[in-house]
Unconditional design. Structure first.
Length: 186
């Protein structure tokens, strides 16, 4: 692991532990989960927010003021807003994506559930999502929370990642395997 990555993961683990423990102590895990989802969505959708948390161009005060305004506008809980303010003042917001991942893992562990990252060739219907959750729950034995994405390059099928396991039933993967086997023959 590279040094910056290990530094980020160490920082993220410490902040995630503190935020999680504060939320657990104040019995606000549900609002913490909503805040994590909202922040993750905001980071995914907003290039400006990603730039704000990573760019050294902004001063500590500018970043702190912007993060405070964002937290207020998003109606984040006091625990999360305070943590974001502290991270901004210490110039640690670059670790926010890792903090969110660590928080999501702690919340899932607390609830006894596992997050399954599912990439499909097209958007799944509610019935397909329900069937997938039932199948994965039967196979893994824990409650399943889906994190869905669409990648049309899969052509068809799904790629499912649950923890360290990956199930790739995509047409793209099958075509790649066929291409490799054809190379061996010729």
């Amino acid at each position: 692991m590279s040094e910056p990555a290990s530094i980020s993961s160490g920082i993220a683990a410490r902040y995630a532990t503190a935020i999680f423990e504060l939320a657990k102590e104040s019995k606000t895990l549900k609002s913490l989960e909503a805040d994590v989802d909202a922040l993750d969505g905001a980071l995914t959708e907003s290039a400006d927010l990603r730039n704000l948390i990573t760019s050294p161009v902004y001063t500590r005060d500018q970043v702190a003021n912007a993060i405070t305004a964002i937290a207020r506008k998003m109606k984040l809980s006091q625990t999360v807003a305070g943590a974001l303010g502290l991270m901004a003042s210490k110039r640690r917001l670059f670790a926010l994506p890792q903090v969110l991942n660590a928080l999501r893992a702690r919340i899932a562990d607390e609830k006894g559930e596992v997050t399954a990252e599912v990439t499909a060739a097209q958007t799944l219907s509610k019935a397909q999502e329900t069937d997938l959750v039932k199948t994965l729950k039967a196979r893994i034995g824990k409650d399943i929370k889906l994190k869905l994405a669409v990648d049309e390059s899969l052509i068809g099928g799904l790629v499912i990642k649950v923890g360290s396991q990956m199930i790739d039933t995509s047409i793209r993967a099958q075509l790649a395997a066929l291409k490799n086997s054809m190379k061996e023959v010729g």
